[in-house]
Design a protein around this ligand. Structure first.
Ligand code: HEM
Length: 436
């Protein structure tokens, strides 16, 4: 019995059997658990129609854009760090999570919404607050029997707040969409080149009209925020906490960053070659995944598993993630070892399961199979670019006595929301990352 109601926990031995099982649906689980059919929860209604549009935008368009993404990510990271951390060479204290959340909201918005909206304070407020409130409102509404929810939500304060936030998102996004559509029509009328902004606003519009899907642009952008912003923030915060406890890895990572960026600049290959940085992030994710269970699904028809277990239509399932701390898989599994996955890459046959973006039954933090996170390559790039800036520009350590314990609510396993660090701008910088 969980905060989602009754859930069948499947053992990891079934992961490979169920990972591509079409009758176990992630979009259907999301629609049900996060009330995709109720006003205010429009972000989750993107999971209707088997998340066709989300898939097309994230898996196809964002992935296509990855080779060009480093420079805009880097430019916006420079701005985000200047705004949030500044230039002081004296140790000063910051609360890590809100600082990094603001940074990631800015950096992700640069790619999703383009240069015009990524610095809109109105949008940044919404993108940060909507997700938090969505989870709170969804939990409150789940306390009522399902048939009552479509009426009772009108009276639940958190749901009212969510509807208000959705309305604010529309006030920011809709005029931009309308202006862009008008510009395109005007260009077509005049026989001029049709303007293209190459961001998620354009990708969604393009894919929706190509696939004849009607969609809600603000809801779609909020879904991207829900999927991308807090998840990426969560991992980056955990990596920073872990690095603060293992400063020797900060120095080793700096050497790798300097070598790669000096040789190749902001190229896809530079990030690929930062194998230690990749391993550090994957190790932090192994020991503190964002959820204590993986691969949440809902059976869309009766299904019989090889063990003889029958899952009735409507059953919710999750998979246990014990393998991520199993001593049979990971030596000394409770220890954080930043180079664990660099070493694993060297073992024959294990190279492809040891990268941050790899999914495997022994590491389920990005899920696995047909619904595995389609944004993970982008998230990996964003986290690595942010770490390049943070490590080259700053020193940090944990503030004395700070609480770094993850915050567990239901199966959610977030990095500490209250951890504080002491941070200062480095006096000697081996590589001017902003001049690349
Ligand atoms: C460190 C950051 C991230 C983590 C830990 C994460 C984790 C996950 C997980 C666990 C799932 C469910 C997979 C499954 O059950 O098999 C998922 C799905 C998804 N993620 Fe991510 N994610 C991250 C970043 C992102 C980003 C940056 C984007 C968008 C650019 C994104 C877009 C999505 C989408 C659209 C889905 C739904 C896929 C579907 O319905 O088929 N995620 N993510």
């Amino acid at each position: 019995m969980t905060d989602l109601g009754e859930v069948v926990v499947l053992p990891h031995t079934l992961v490979d059997e169920i990972r591509n099982e079409s009758k176990l649906s992630f979009p259907s689980a999301n629609m049900q658990d996060f009330h995709g059919d109720i006003p205010g929860f429009e972000a989750m209604s993107q999971f209707a129609n088997d998340s066709l549009l989300l898939e097309a935008v994230v898996r196809k368009q964002l992935t296509k854009y990855l080779s060009q993404v480093m420079e805009p990510l880097s430019a916006e990271t420079t701005h985000a760090l200047a705004v949030n951390i500044g230039d002081s060479q004296d140790w000063h204290e910051i609360t890590l999570k809100p600082t990094i959340l603001d940074g990631i909201a800015r950096i992700s918005s640069r790619v999703f919404l383009g240069t015009q909206l990524c610095r809109s304070e109105d949008w940044l407020q919404i993108t940060k607050a909507y997700t938090i409130n969505l989870f709170v409102a969804a939990g409150k509404l789940r306390m009522y029997p399902r048939p009552l929810r479509r009426f009772i939500h009108w009276f639940v304060p958190e749901c009212k707040k969510l509807r208000g936030q959705f309305g604010e998102a529309r006030r920011v996004i809709d005029p931009v969409i309308a202006a862009r559509r008008e510009m395109r029509q005007a260009a077509i009328r005049k026989g001029e080149k049709v303007p293209y902004f190459n961001d998620a606003l354009d990708w969604a519009d393009e894919e929706a009209s190509a696939k004849n899907i009607s969609y809600e642009p603000a809801g779609f952008q909020l879904m991207l925020s829900v999927a991308a912003t807090h998840t990426t923030t969560d991992l980056l915060v955990q990596v920073m906490i872990d690095l603060a406890q293992h400063p020797e890895f900060m120095d080793m990572a700096r050497e790798e960053i300097i070598r790669e960026l000096r040789n190749n600049g902001w190229k896809k290959t530079s990030l690929y070659n930062m194998k230690l940085l990749d391993s550090i992030a994957k190790e932090s994710q192994r020991l503190k995944p964002i959820s204590l269970a993986a691969m949440r699904r809902r059976a869309t028809a009766d299904i019989k598993l090889s063990t003889g277990l029958v899952l009735k239509k409507g059953t919710r399932t999750i998979v246990d993630i014990f393998r991520m701390r199993d001593p049979e898989v990971y030596e000394d599994p409770e220890k954080w070892d930043g180079s664990r996955f660099v070493k694993m890459r060297e073992q024959p046959g294990k190279e492809n399961q040891s990268m941050l973006v790899s999914t495997h039954r022994d590491h389920l933090a990005f899920g696995h199979g047909v619904y595995a996170c389609p944004g993970r390559a982008f998230a990996a790039n964003e986290i690595k670019v942010a770490l390049c800036h943070l490590l080259m520009k700053y020193d940090w350590k944990l503030a004395p006595g700070t609480d770094i314990k993850p915050m567990v609510i239901g199966a959610a396993n977030g990095s500490s929301p209250i951890a504080k660090i002491l941070i200062r701008k480095r006096k000697t910088v081996e590589l001017d990352i902003d001049a690349l």
